[in-house]
Design a protein around this ligand. Structure first.
Ligand SMILES: [Zn+2]
Length: 358
C-alpha cells in the first residue's frame, strides 16, 4: 500500500491507526489469555497466584537491589513478595550455625544428596546407583489406576510419580475426548541403557546415539521419574507431537508436577536434542516455576542456589503456599509446615515447605 504524504491529515491518520492497532493487540491479548485460562480449566484466581512468581520485572516484584525495596529484613514479607527468580546474595545469608540449637535441626538421611524428585541426572552428573535406588520403584501395570496403554508389560517407575501420571493422563483423556496416550519407556537399569546405547549406535551411528541416547549411568530413566509418552492407536505412532494428547500434555504437564525435560532451545544446556515425548516428574511447585520462568532443570538447580531458608522462593499455587530453598549443609532448621527434601545430585539439597491455605 502506498503511503500518503499530506501533512497533518497523515499524522492524524497514523495516530488513529496506531491507536486502533494497540487496542486490537490489547483485546487479542485478553482474549488469548482468557482462552488459555478456560482451556486449562483454571480460574483467574489460580492464574493470579501463579503470576506471583512470573518473571515480571515490575517495581512491585522482588527487587534485586535491597536498597530499592526499602530494606530486605529477614521475615519482611514485602521484600520478596514477587518471589521471582532473581539473584540477591545479600539476602541469602544463612543463619550462623551456632544460632540453631541441635533440637531445632533436621538432619538429612544418608545418601539423600542423590535421591529425591529434583535430582539432576545428565551427561555430567550420573545417577547414583545404591541399594536404596528409586526405593518406591514398582511395576506401572500393578499400581496404575487409570486405563492407558503400556508399550511393555514390565515397565517400572517410581510409585508416587506414577500416581501423578495417572491423574494427568486421566485429565488429558477427558479434555481431548480421546483415549490415546500411552507410556513407551520408564525406568531403565544400567544394563538396559548399555544395550540400548549399543543398539542405537549400531543402527544409526555414533552421532545420533550421542544426541539422543544418554550413556549408561547418565540417563534420566535410571531415576524412575522419567516417562516417554506415545500416541497409541492399537500400536504406537512414531513421535509424540502434533496430536491432541501431545499438545494437551505439553501445555498442562506442569500442573501435575511434570516438565518436558529436553526442549529444542535448551539443547546446549541439557546436552540432549529436543525430545517431545520425554517427561520428567519434579513435583509442584517446581514444575510450574520452571515453566513460567522458561528454565530447564539444569538452570533451575543453578538458580535455586540463590535461595536460603531465610530467604526462600515463595510460591502460591491452587490452595497451597510453598517455600523453596537450597542448602549445602546436611541439615536445616526444622521448618513450620510439611516439608520434603531432595538432593540435587550435585552439591546440596532443595527443601520444599508446604502450608495449605485455608
Ligand atoms: Zn526418555
Amino acid at each position: 500500500m502506498a503511503a500518503r504524504r499530506n501533512g497533518k491529515r497523515k499524522k492524524r491518520n497514523t495516530a488513529a491507526i496506531i491507536l486502533v492497532s494497540l487496542l486490537f493487540i490489547l483485546v487479542t491479548a485478553v482474549i488469548v489469555l482468557l482462552g488459555y485460562l478456560v482451556s486449562n480449566g483454571r480460574t483467574i484466581r489460580d492464574f493470579m497466584e501463579g503470576s506471583a512468581f512470573m518473571p515480571s520485572r515490575s517495581e512491585e516484584a522482588a527487587p534485586a537491589d535491597p536498597a530499592q525495596s526499602g530494606g530486605t529484613e529477614n521475615g519482611d514479607p514485602e521484600s520478596h513478595a514477587g518471589a521471582e527468580i532473581e539473584s540477591d546474595p545479600e539476602a541469602g545469608a544463612e543463619d550462623p550455625e551456632e544460632d540453631v540449637p541441635e533440637e531445632e535441626r533436621y538432619y538429612f538421611e544418608e545418601g539423600q544428596l542423590h535421591r529425591g524428585d529434583l535430582i539432576l541426572v545428565n551427561g555430567e552428573y550420573p545417577y547414583s546407583f545404591t541399594d536404596n535406588q528409586a526405593s518406591d520403584l514398582v511395576y506401572i501395570r500393578g499400581v496404575k489406576t487409570v486405563d492407558y496403554a503400556l508399550a511393555k508389560d514390565d515397565l517400572m517407575a517410581s510409585r508416587h510419580a506414577v500416581s501423578f501420571l495417572d491423574v494427568m493422563i486421566r485429565d488429558c483423556t477427558s479434555a481431548i475426548g480421546e483415549d490415546s496416550t500411552g507410556v513407551t519407556e520408564a525406568f531403565r537399569t544400567y544394563e538396559y541403557q548399555d544395550e540400548l546405547y549399543a543398539e542405537i549406535e549400531e543402527e544409526y551411528g555414533e552421532e545420533y546415539a550421542k544426541d539422543y541416547v544418554a550413556s549408561p549411568g547418565y540417563s534420566e530413566h535410571h531415576t524412575g521419574l522419567a516417562f516417554d509418552l506415545g500416541v497409541y492407536y492399537g500400536s504406537y505412532a512414531d513421535s509424540f507431537t502434533g496430536s491432541a494428547n501431545a499438545e494437551w500434555i505439553n501445555e498442562n504437564a506442569q500442573y501435575y508436577g511434570f516438565i518436558r525435560r529436553y526442549r529444542e532451545d535448551k539443547t546446549d544446556i541439557t546436552g540432549i536434542s529436543g525430545e517431545t515425548w520425554h517427561y520428567r516428574y519434579v513435583g509442584v511447585p517446581h514444575s510450574i516455576v520452571m515453566e513460567l520462568n522458561d528454565l530447564c532443570l539444569e538452570e533451575y538447580i543453578d538458580r535455586m542456589r540463590e535461595y536460603t531458608q531465610q530467604n526462600p522462593l515463595k510460591v502460591s499455587f491452587s490452595s497451597a503456599h510453598y517455600e523453596v530453598f537450597y542448602t549445602a549443609k546436611d541439615w536445616i532448621r526444622i521448618p513450620e509446615g510439611t516439608f520434603t527434601v531432595s538432593g540435587n545430585n550435585v552439591d546440596g539439597y532443595i527443601v520444599t515447605v508446604r502450608t495449605d491455605l485455608t
